[in-house]
Ligand binder design. Structure first.
Ligand code: ATP
Ligand code: MG
Length: 406
């Protein structure tokens, strides 16, 4: 008997139970699972009101289960064997599964459910027949109704019978995309990927906005931001990566504004541009990785001066976390090692030695009068480059190749 899992049944998490919304949530989750599992083309995903089914079609269960464990919106899942709806076949399958699992002293029970009422045995009869079949091959096993070591669940559905015996906890949270869209300001640092992860957890579909200032910043710094984005795709699927040309703005600011205000002005431009892109791409909020008190740009006075360019809600998921707490999360989501790669960010290169920690809005506005703010913003927005980042690096390369050919 071939003991390979044929499918994984996914139970939904904290879903809205309200009529129409529920199907919207379920469809989002199904699409997210498809995106994340696109590295296994044989795997097929379908969803109904109660469950989502991941059909393995011969693909190894373990890596697929590891991926499922990270996807937001999944409460729990059970790997299942699908067998023909036939008492003899079921009996053989149950015997094979239990023999494989058996260890001395094991207790078990069979919990059957029959949603196909045409099936020849009802659930009580099934429990007896299949339980008896287990005793036939494992005479020393003990039946136990309360907290058995193995609870063998058998379900007779219209199309087939399903057997499962283990349940794995999912990541919880909400399916990515069910809360709407937000723009994540993604540097190459430790904090912004963690901020992105936390936004994804509550169902926000993110697009990553990254400011690059070539030749001051290297292709390596850009690739780092893209690799970080790729790490974030495993929680809910593909992410649009938006590269913003920022060189002209940084040179202008450097030339025309006092050193102490470089950082504040730079950040205000980033915020304006992100907001403009947000509007164009129909997103609702901005997300960044600011953490209170970490650096000069992250005093309350600075936040106020930077935030003053927009009324769009700016969400700062890591604002009250200590650096060590953020690092713990970065390690957990596997972004830390990429974040600490030594590539210069656009801000590190133009960073003044002593930035103002309490910038005055009146001064900031005065310095900005020396610049063609609107023109600079427009040119940057006109020059953005959008690529879709998938969990699979190779498929990006193919997209790039096609882009190059066009
Ligand atoms: P991070 O670890 O996320 O880089 P940080 O502690 O280095 O954060 P700052 O450099 O002050 O803090 O940046 C604050 C926030 O501004 C970042 O978390 C990010 O959201 C945004 N940001 C900074 N630089 C860039 C960039 N080059 N592209 C996009 N967003 C950026
Ligand atoms: Mg940074």
């Amino acid at each position: 008997m071939n003991l390979q899992y044929s499918e994984i049944m996914v139970r939904y998490g904290e879903l809205s139970t309200k009529g129409k919304n529920r199907m919207r949530f379920i469809n989002k989750l199904r699409r997210n699972i498809q995106d994340v599992l696109s590295v296994y083309p044989e795997v097929k995903v379908s969803a109904d009101r109660d469950r989502c089914h991941v059909f393995l079609n011969g693909v190894d269960y373990t890596p697929v289960a590891e991926s499922l464990q990270q996807i937001f919106g999944i409460q729990a899942f059970n790997p299942v064997y699908r067998v023909e709806k036939d008492v003899v076949v079921l009996t053989k399958a149950v015997q094979a599964i239990m023999t494989d699992l058996y260890y001395e002293g094991m207790t078990f029970k069979v919990t059957s459910k029959r949603s196909d009422h045409q099936f020849e045995l009802d659930s009580t009869q099934l429990n007896h027949t299949l339980g008896g079949a287990v005793f036939d091959v494992l005479p020393n096993i003990k039946a136990q109704m309360k907290k058995p070591d193995v609870n063998l669940k058998v379900e007779i559905r219209d199309e087939a019978a399903y057997i499962s015996h283990e349940e794995i906890r999912g990541a919880g949270g909400l399916p990515v995309g069910t809360a709407g869209k937000g723009m994540l300001m993604l540097s190459g640092g430790i904090d912004s990927p963690v901020a992105g992860y936390l936004a994804l957890k509550r169902g926000v579909d993110i697009e990553a906005v990254h400011f690059a200032s070539p030749p001051y910043t290297s292709p390596g710094a850009l690739k780092k931001a893209q690799d970080l984005t790729r790490k974030l795709t495993k929680f809910g699927g593909n992410i649009q990566f938006i590269e913003v040309p920022f060189t002209e703005i940084q040179e202008e600011i450097k030339e025309k504004a006092p050193e102490a205000y470089l950082m504040t002005l730079t950040r205000r431009f980033m915020m304006r541009i992100t907001d403009r892109i947000r509007q164009q791409r129909d997103a609702r909020i901005i997300i960044n990785g600011e953490s209170l008190g970490q650096v000069a740009s992250q005093t309350l006075e600075s936040m106020q001066a930077i935030n003053a360019v927009t009324t769009t809600p700016v969400i700062r998921p890591v604002v009250t976390m200590d650096k060590l707490e953020i690092i713990d999360l970065a390690q957990k989501i596997d972004t830390f090692e990429i974040s600490i790669q030594p590539f210069e960010d656009c801000c590190t290169i133009f960073a003044p030695d002593r930035p103002k920690t309490n910038p005055k809005l009146k001064n900031v506005e005065q310095y900005e009068e020396r610049l063609d703010v609107e023109g600079l913003v427009e040119r940057a927005v006109a020059g953005i480059k959008v690529t879709e980042i998938t969990p699979n690096e190779e498929s990006d390369d193919v997209t790039d190749l096609i882009d190059d050919l066009l």
